[in-house]
Design a protein around this ligand. Structure first.
Ligand SMILES: [Zn+2]
Length: 344
């Protein structure tokens, strides 16, 4: 069941044909998308959905839905997937993890397991190994329901759980907490702690560390110094060309993984950035949509088309870089390691 607001229009097709089709690799990995079934999110309250614009856009995506979206959006590309559960406290995480485990039997999909801070080490290890997962996906919501809450990383993924990840040598896809985002001093110091104590963990930081505005990433470069090159980043939900420009200029491109954050970003629109924050400009009638520029809306293409165009513009005709960012890097992090961790 695809969202009925999802339509590929003639304008989208023209945009795709002009800007994407000639340049987009024929194989791609979406390194960040959320998969589930309705029964995994049936307890999410109206208040939770109303409190987060993203949830109103998309809260459901089965494997079959995802295939239909990718086929519609990228008809000339084979899309491989890194599948994440819905990491909300009210979600049925055990059921959602089981579903991810089931679909990760498909050869072109790898699943990440959501862990909650209260899960025991033996439970995690058993579920992870038997479930054939390829990484952990902790989430700040598991410690606090407030977006960007002032919690410690170790409040939602404990040191003991990191030690297990270190022993199993699994990647961890980390959504950072705190209003200060990537450069928040506590985040910087906790990232350093993880690098120091758990050297076998490939730490992938989602959404460029929630640096949707370029000034956060500028500060992060100063704050993290050389350590910024010891982590990976995914591009999910980042549309800002200034962020793309800076990150591609400063980081080793082998550390950048393309991701969409589907099913949240299936709408038509773009963004505006001001004073450390962003405004979604969108055609579809979500309750948060203020319709700031109604006369522009008919010209909007898919958010994700805009995102990919910005990335391709910056990468240029460097085919090796393009293949790495859109495919090879995620393959190395999530696909090339043994499922279910290191065998004893
Ligand atoms: Zn996400």
């Amino acid at each position: 069941m695809m969202y009925d607001y999802f339509h590929r229009t003639e304008l989208d097709e023209t945009f795709y044909t002009e800007h994407l089709q000639p340049r987009l690799p024929r194989e791609m990995i979406d390194a960040h998308a959320h998969f589930n079934l309705p029964e995994h999110v049936s307890h999410i309250t109206k208040e939770t959905i109303a409190g987060d614009w993203a949830l109103e856009c998309g809260l459901l995506m089965s494997y079959e839905d995802a295939c239909a979206y990718y086929r519609t959006l990228f008809p000339d590309t084979v899309v491989y997937m890194t599948a994440l559960p819905w990491p909300l406290r009210e979600a049925n995480t055990i059921g959602n993890n089981n579903y991810i485990s089931r679909i990760s039997e498909y050869p072109h999909l790898r699943g990440l397991m959501t862990i909650r801070p209260e899960y025991s080490l033996s439970m995690i290890e058993q579920a992870f190994t038997e479930g054939g997962f390829s990484g952990f996906k902790p989430y700040p919501y598991m410690a606090s329901t407030v977006k960007g809450a002032d919690v410690s990383i170790f409040d939602f993924m404990t040191h003991e759980q990191f030690a297990l990840a270190n022993r199993l040598r699994v990647p961890v896809l980390m959504h950072l907490p705190r209003a200060g985002r990537l450069p928040a001093p506590e985040n910087v110091s906790e990232i350093r702690t993880i690098l120091e104590r758990y050297p076998n963990v490939k730490l992938v930081i989602a959404h460029f560390g929630r640096c949707f505005n370029v000034e956060y990433f500028e500060q992060a470069l100063d704050a993290l110094g050389e350590d910024i090159h010891r982590v990976w980043f995914d591009t999910a939900a980042v549309l800002n060309p200034a962020v793309h420009r800076l990150t591609f200029q400063e980081l080793d491109y082998h550390k950048i993984l393309f991701g969409t954050d589907f099913p949240i970003l299936l709408w038509h629109g773009k963004r505006e950035w001001k004073n450390g924050t962003y405004t979604n400009l969108c055609r579809e009638n979500f309750s948060w949509n203020k319709h700031l520029y109604p006369e522009d809306e008919s010209n909007y293409t898919f958010f994700v088309y805009e995102q990919i165009k910005h990335m391709l513009d910056i990468i240029g005709d460097d085919e090796e870089k393009k293949r790495a960012v859109f495919f090879g890097n995620a393959k190395e992090v999530y696909f090339d390691t043994q499922r279910g961790g290191v065998q004893a």
